[in-house]
Design a binder for this molecule. Sequence first.
Ligand SMILES: Cc1cc2nc3c(=O)[nH]c(=O)nc-3n(C[C@H](O)[C@H](O)[C@H](O)COP(=O)(O)OP(=O)(O)OC[C@H]3O[C@@H](n4cnc5c(N)ncnc54)[C@H](O)[C@@H]3O)c2cc1C
Length: 518
Amino acid sequence: MLNKLKKNQDRLWDVLVIGGGATGLGTALDSSTRGFKTLLLEQSDFAKGTSSRSTKLVHGGVRYLAQGDISLVLEALHERGLLRQNAPHLVKNQKFIIPNYTWWSGPFFTIGMKVYDMMSGKLGLGSSERISKEETLKAIPNLDEKDLIGGVIYYDGQFDDSRLAINLAQSIVENDGVVLNYFKVINLLKDNDELVCGVLAKDMESGEEFEIKSKSVINATGVFADDILKMNDPKAKKIIRPSQGVHIILDKSFLESDTAIMIPKTSDGRVLFAVPWHNKVILGTTDTPLNKYSLEPQALDEEIDFILNTAAQYLKKDPTKKDVLSVFAGLRPLAAPEDSEGKETKELSRSHKLIVSLSGLITITGGKWTTYRKMAEDTIDKAILIAGLENKDCITKNMPIHGYVKQVDYDDHMYIYGSDRMKLLKLVKDNEELGEKLHDRLPFLKSEVLWAVRHEMARTVEDVLARRVRALFLDARASIDMANDVAVIIAKELGFDDHWIKDQVKEYSALAKSYLLV
Ligand SMILES: Cc1cc2nc3c(=O)[nH]c(=O)nc-3n(C[C@H](O)[C@H](O)[C@H](O)COP(=O)(O)OP(=O)(O)OC[C@H]3O[C@@H](n4cnc5c(N)ncnc54)[C@H](O)[C@@H]3O)c2cc1C
């Protein structure tokens, strides 16, 4: 990839995207599939930021329906259907139950979920229905029985966020776009009329700097969007209000079911999900306004206590800190309207916002993973206008994403590779050692590490264990045990020495410890 950039150093790109999360990758894919010369730069690894730290739901947002944000829910439900259609290897149809503990909640949520079904239209995933106490307990034996009256079933999508990010990057490359991780934009270039005409970027591995020219520049940097806006205009007002959301991962024994739980009203007025994910349970989330942001936000004690205490009210077996296999925090890049000061972040809309600066810099922020495609479409439509690019229509609505397969066996942990799965199996056929598991508590194989380095642009132990396979998120302690074997495979493939291996294992272990509570 870097060679492609170097070879094209004098090239004038049509679209240059800053940021390799859901928003940036979606935008670069939309651009490259319209035939524009497209370059995406990510300062760290793809999805290192918020886009690997979501609840992993492809959803319309039942909570936003309750808030009356109808247009957001309609848009998200439509996009949910398209994403399930275009990436069935990553997006599952997930059954949820809302347990009812008061007489009024059954009819109330049944009506609400029927509206949700209706709004999904032809792209619906299944009909909601009210069920008895017995049926609820049969579906979720781990639910606390005391005062349970019944439940309401509904359906949403469930996915693997960083895997989708990697597949989007692969799709961009297949459409002649160039994507680079570990490449940070450190300044914007402007012409004599003060219009943005490119970026100054730094290769974070070699330290080399590059001036790159482009007809349009798109700021898709999530919670970092204000940093780029400051490069554009040092007096720019802040537009982002970061809001932290925390998740914890528990063993499957806490939810021995394929059905997820949605708790519609927690003590802080939010919803809490308990969702089966890669043979574990993901519990979350919170909504904590923060004034600082980083690529490794840390969960606050009160957020962890809130999740554990709320879960304990609904589950038979009370989870404790000792049961937590991993804890991770993410930051919502909420677009703050001018009058939002003093408002709680849970009240801010999740709709996306497009801002065009006087210099022509385009900033896209807010939104959800679920709506990344529509956000990308709107952004490139805007870039066509601003940069005077040839007017070409968006074609991503019905476009399969890299890995697309019709038949998926979700019981095989390698289902997430979709059409690449057979190629991974071939690696093992050619070299038996690659079929060895990296840890007895997790299903991941040595072949997956090699694959990640050769075909998915993984550069470090963390890239592999956090975002190519999800070991860091699923069982942080087990992932520390795996680090050395992973480092050895990467070093052999990329030609790194023993020092590199030692440094990587040390660095990774320190990071993974921050995902553990005890
Ligand atoms: C707790 C939580 C739960 C969520 N759950 C869901 C869910 O279940 N379903 C759903 O649809 N949505 C969910 N979301 C929302 C969704 O995750 C986000 O909307 C989405 O991931 C944001 O993507 P992004 O690309 O805008 O930001 P990011 O993923 O943060 O990407 C921005 C990227 O820009 C890069 N960058 C920054 N500065 C530079 C620079 N100078 N040069 C180069 N690169 C740079 C960063 O390194 C980063 O990778 C959730 C969000 C949170 C926080």
